[in-house]
Design a protein around this ligand. Structure first.
Ligand SMILES: Cc1cc2nc3c(=O)[nH]c(=O)nc-3n(C[C@H](O)[C@H](O)[C@H](O)COP(=O)(O)OP(=O)(O)OC[C@H]3O[C@@H](n4cnc5c(N)ncnc54)[C@H](O)[C@@H]3O)c2cc1C
Ligand code: FES
Length: 251
């Protein structure tokens, strides 16, 4: 944890291009006492502060999709430059069986890559379903392959893997690979569909949500999950993404 919630400066050692709009910033030092699914508040003075899931913790790595002011400025950071970090924050994933199904949409693959590394290091079996709009938008496929994960791909235009959405292959992946728990990260619509699929398959699921994070410490209420979403997935109403999550456990 950074000192009393203060920011610590981390120097970038390497920038990896993941796809057209996504870069992974690898820093020189580790983020102590952090685990997959947790996030940091990353701050660039004069520009702003936003939450980013950790995609590596030793050394620290963040995977950033360039969609707006803060993420754009982070995408332009080069080796040798510094980013200020507060964290690790929030509650992440917890491995609860010996065989795992990881489901990632877009840059949701990033925190799951750290979870896959943790699971493979202790000899667990990992199956990964990755979805994106097109083949060029898919991320980290080679990294999951190198870890020895079984991989299923889906693209909306059919340019790689199955044409469709990640939820179209979850049942098949579960039947073929005998999963104990589903872990997912991606847009809210995808997470809702994955949560419902898990309910039908009677499997526990851990879903990493995004929300508007301001204080990051459970005080302002801006990151509360909508009540109808909580009711649909069986999450306790009033769930604060910054403090109770970002990972919510369902089933
Ligand atoms: C717990 C948590 C973890 C997160 N982890 C990551 C991460 O690992 N990597 C990452 O890139 N971002 C992550 N985010 C999102 C990140 O915090 C910012 O919201 C995002 O970078 C946009 O911030 P911005 O200031 O650049 O643009 P903003 O001004 O906030 O957004 C610019 C515009 O882009 C839209 N937008 C926001 N996100 C997306 C998106 N994904 N795709 C398309 N349009 C979008 C907004 O609606 C807005 O219209 C995470 C958020 C949370 C809550
Ligand atoms: S961001 Fe303030 S309560 Fe979550």
């Amino acid at each position: 944890m950074s000192r009393q919630g203060l920011f610590d400066a981390y120097r970038v050692s390497q920038v990896r291009v993941e796809n057209d709009r996504t870069r992974t910033l690898v820093f020189e030092s580790p983020l102590p006492e952090s685990y997959p699914g947790q996030y940091v508040m990353a701050w660039l003075p004069g520009i702003g502060e936003k939450p980013f899931s950790i995609s590596g913790n030793d050394p620290l790595a963040l995977t950033v999709a360039d969609v707006g002011p803060v993420s754009h400025a982070l995408s332009l950071v080069r080796p040798g430059e510094r980013v200020w970090m507060r964290g690790p924050l929030g509650k992440g994933y917890e491995l609860i069986s010996q065989s795992h199904l990881l489901v990632g949409g877009g840059y949701g693959a990033a925190p799951l890559s750290l979870l896959a590394r943790q699971a493979r290091t202790i000899g667990h079996s990992v199956t990964v379903v990755l979805g994106a709009k097109t083949r060029d938008d898919l991320m980290m496929v080679a990294a999951f392959e190198e870890l020895g994960c079984a991989i299923y791909l889906t693209t909306e235009d059919g340019s790689a893997g199955v044409r469709g959405l990640v939820t179209d292959v979850i049942e098949q992946a579960c039947m073929e690979q005998h999963q104990g728990c589903i872990y997912a990260c991606g847009p809210t619509g995808m997470l809702t569909a994955v949560g419902k699929a898990a309910q039908l398959l009677e499997l526990p699921a851990q879903l990493s949500f995004e929300a508007l994070i301001r204080c990051g410490v459970g005080l302002c209420g801006s990151c509360e999950l909508p009540e109808d979403l909580c009711l649909t997935l069986g999450i306790s109403p009033g769930f604060l993404v910054c403090h109770d999550g970002p990972v919510a456990r369902v089933n």
